[in-house]
Ligand binder design. Structure first.
Ligand SMILES: Nc1ncnc2c1ncn2[C@@H]1O[C@H](COP(=O)(O)OP(=O)(O)O)[C@@H](O)[C@H]1O
Ligand SMILES: [Mg+2]
Length: 299
């Protein structure tokens, strides 16, 4: 071996040698430690979790409402007792979608325009409670609002012909869906297929009839057969709602008899199917204005 030969450097023992980066320049360090604005943090948290948006608007969701607000499913059926808070929850979902999906189109449908208006009023109240930091209203009409991010929310009677004009719809919420005309779902399904939008049907039951019942029954059969149902299913009985007193329910049970299970127990009853024809129910509810009018801009 010559005198110039250099012994090979011993490799560092595993697990001990570590690379230490040089210190960051002072300006970079300052940039790293500067806190993110609290408003931005809140906004990101609310974007990720509609429950937080609901709390910001002053409504703390019940456990089942939390699940519904966080459900990722594209199609959802909500079969609930009266007064458990289905409309409030979906009003929050509509607001969340409009705020955090710029350019979203949200449709609120019910058997009649008057009923759609009740849900729409809840949505508007939610947006107002959240304030301009979340939702800046560009236009605010009797039947629709437009946010500064280009999102629109429309209140419509649940008839096939009124929704056919819309395309690229992000979210459709059908309130009182057990009373809806069957052609509505036929009209909205293709609209959602192309946009990848969501469909949420909510109602108390009304007999073993109509699209709400058919879809619920089909989904239950799929679950029983261990197949994936077309809809995620939510059901909440009155007894499970902390705001409905037991004494009130006892009195309702006495007054309503068998109908109690429909109104408060989420059951689709045969007796209703026997008593009412679908067309009669639709005719009783259908007291809307002739023309669909977006109204004057008021804000
Ligand atoms: N999480 C909640 N906290 C407090 N009040 C609620 C909550 N959810 C619903 N409510 C109230 O309960 C009542 C019924 O709610 P609503 O959404 O209209 O019920 P539903 O549509 O199921 O009949 C309303 O006064 C609503 O403000
Ligand atoms: Mg309701």
């Amino acid at each position: 071996m010559s005198a110039l030969a250099v012994a090979p450097a011993a490799s560092p023992p595993l697990g001990i040698w570590r690379y230490t980066p040089p210190p960051l320049p002072r300006e970079a360090r300052l940039r790293v430690v500067r806190p993110i604005e609290p408003g931005v943090v809140t906004d990101i948290r609310c974007a990720l979790d509609p429950c937080l948006l609901s709390e910001r608007a002053g409504l703390v969701p019940d456990p089942w409402q939390r699940e519904l607000l966080r459900a990722p499913d594209r199609q959802i059926l909500v079969n609930c007792s009266r007064q458990v808070g289905k409309s409030e929850t979906t009003a929050t979902l509509a607001s969340h979608t409009a705020i955090y999906t710029p350019g979203a189109i949200v449709l609120l449908l019910s058997p009649s325009l008057r009923q759609s208006g009740l849900l729409f009023a809840k949505v508007k109240r939610r947006l107002k409670d959240l304030g301009g930091d979340f939702a800046e209203l560009e236009t605010d009409n009797a039947l629709s609002v437009r946010l500064s991010n280009g999102s629109e929310i429309h209140s419509l009677p649940g008839k096939g012909e009124t929704v056919r004009g819309f395309s690229g719809v992000t979210l459709i919420i059908v309130d009182e869906a057990a009373f809806i005309a069957d052609d509505l779902i036929t009209a909205v399904s293709p609209m959602l297929a192309t946009s990848g939008g969501r469909l949420i049907l909510l109602s108390t039951p009304f007999g073993k009839r109509g699209v709400f019942y058919e879809e619920w029954a089909a989904a239950e059969r799929a679950v029983a057969a261990r197949q994936t149902p077309a809809y995620a299913l939510f059901t909440v009985r009155a007894e499970e709602c902390p705001r409905i007193p037991a004494a009130f329910l006892a009195e309702e049970r006495r007054k309503l008899g068998v109908l109690y299970q429909q109104e408060y127990g989420c059951q689709f009853l045969d007796v209703i199917t026997a008593l009412f024809r679908h067309e009669d129910v639709a005719a009783a509810l259908d007291n809307d204005l002739e023309a669909y009018d977006f109204g004057e801009e008021v804000a």
